[in-house]
Design a protein around this ligand. Structure first.
Ligand code: XMP
Length: 429
């Protein structure tokens, strides 16, 4: 193995991700695990040079103060207990804190600063091969950042033992299904099953206006389609997932209750009882992107803006109709093209169009024309909890409006959403 690792055990500190990132910033790989790690689990982790027991306000679980066990204390590895009862375990002052961490990581543990994407990939490739052996792995490949990076990593590790299933539910952005096929089937020579499920999804969604019901239908149908494909394949023992560290935090840990349940694929029937392969589960989003870049994925895939799981389904408001769905897709493509041309790609956090279920009167070719309107949304945020509106140059907005009303069928008006979050959410849904 190429990397040293400092293991952080979760004894209820909210600072775990922060400490993990600070040590990574020093060039040493870290992983966060539960306090009750077994000797066997510990032995399976490569390159562990030392352990930090990071205690904090959530250390008492169900009335009992949790602690690490003999597996840890008897491991012979340097162990640092950082829990200063009630006070932050680490100095708030950045310099003092870094000095304390450096002292333990490099001094006590003698770790080398050898964490980089090349080494991470090399180690993961070896770990994946160890886990999977000569067995087969299945992956639902949406084309989003996380599933694409997992696919690229697994292709490197096990090549054709991986089967990727790309379900086109008709709610993807313009060019996305084609890009998945191009990159993974043609350029990376992967086993890729492309499922055209557009009619199936749109038929199920016909006439459904309630957003929650739309989401449920899309989620359930996705699982059904994926399950059907899984059943057609023989000898699959593993399911790969693009779980990343923030997903794990959101799903809850032994010391913190779940914020929301997280399912990448979730909900497969019990008899499809695959073991999971989740090679990105210790990475933060920016690290996942760096990993994808190091694996040779195109920038357009690695630096994509966030996109909801139910896709354009949340931006085609009310009951989805094919004409409005097409208009959302086309107007979104124009917006993205113009933002890219005008230096806003990569600068603005998220931008897209939405189409309400609303027609208004307009004039086209000297005649009255009742057509749809397109709403442009362009926002900046750090954590998506609050957001501000990008100050898009007015002449660019006018140019985009001219293009959308000329090029997108059935659209006669374009509106710009000036609302920050709160009071608006980012999506219109
Ligand atoms: P709202 O509309 O709640 O959105 O302000 C906040 C952010 O979350 C994204 N979003 C989703 N992301 N699956 C996702 O992965 C989803 O189902 C989903 N719904 C909303 C939204 O695009 C925005 O960035």
């Amino acid at each position: 193995m190429k990397q040293d690792m400092i293991l952080i055990l979760d004894l209820g500190s909210e600072e775990n991700p922060k400490i993990a990132r600070e040590i990574r910033a020093m060039g040493v790989y870290t992983e966060i695990h539960a306090h009750d790690i077994t000797a066997q689990e510990l032995a399976a982790l490569p390159g562990v040079k030392g352990i930090i027991l990071n205690g904090g306000p959530n250390r008492v679980v169900d009335g009992v103060e949790i602690d690490a066990g003999e597996a840890v204390y008897g491991s012979g590895l340097p162990v640092l207990c950082a829990d200063h009862k009630g006070a932050p375990a680490w100095p708030a002052d950045g310099t003092l804190r870094e000095a304390a961490l450096r002292d333990f990581v490099f001094g006590t543990c003698g770790a080398q600063a050898n964490w980089n994407m090349e080494n991470f990939i090399a180690d993961q490739v070896e770990l994946i091969r160890r886990q999977v052996g000569d067995k087969k792995v299945l992956l639902a490949l949406s084309g989003g950042v996380d599933s694409s990076v997992v696919a690229a990593l697994l292709i490197k590790a096990i090549g054709k033992q991986l089967t990727c299933v790309h379900v086109n539910h008709g709610l993807l952005r313009k060019g996305e299904p084609e890009q998945v096929v191009q990159v993974f089937r043609h350029e990376m020579d992967a086993n890729l099953i492309y499922v055209d499920a557009v009619d199936r999804f749109l038929d199920k969604l016909a006439g459904v206006a309630d957003p929650e019901r739309k989401r449920k239908i899309i989620g359930a149908e996705f699982i059904r389609v994926f399950e059907e494909e899984a059943r057609k394949l023989e000898g699959i023992e593993f399911l790969a997932q693009g779980t990343i560290y923030p997903d794990i935090i959101e799903s809850g840990t032994k010391t913190v209750k779940a914020v929301k349940s997280h399912h990448n694929v979730g909900g497969l029937p019990e008899d499809l009882n695959f073991a999971l392969v989740e090679p990105l589960k210790m990475l933060f989003k920016d690290e996942v992107r760096a990993c994808g870049k190091a694996l040779g994925l195109p920038d357009g895939m690695v630096y994509r803006q966030p996109f909801p799981g139910p896709g354009l389904g949340v931006r085609c408001l009310g009951a989805i109709t094919r004409d409005r769905l097409e208009a959302v897709r086309e107007s979104d493509a124009i917006l993205r093209e113009e933002f890219a041309k005008n230096g806003l790609e990569g600068k603005v956090w998220q931008y897209f169009t939405a189409i309400p279920d609303l027609k208004s009167v307009g004039v086209r070719d000297n005649r009255r024309a009742d057509e749809w309107c397109v709403i442009i949304r362009a926002v900046n945020t750090v954590d998506a909890m609050t957001a501000t509106v990008e100050n898009v140059p007015f002449d660019l907005l006018q140019h985009i409006t001219a293009r959308i009303t000329a090029e997108v069928k059935g659209v006669n008006r374009v509106l710009f959403d000036l609302t920050p979050k709160p009071t608006g959410t980012i999506e219109w849904e």
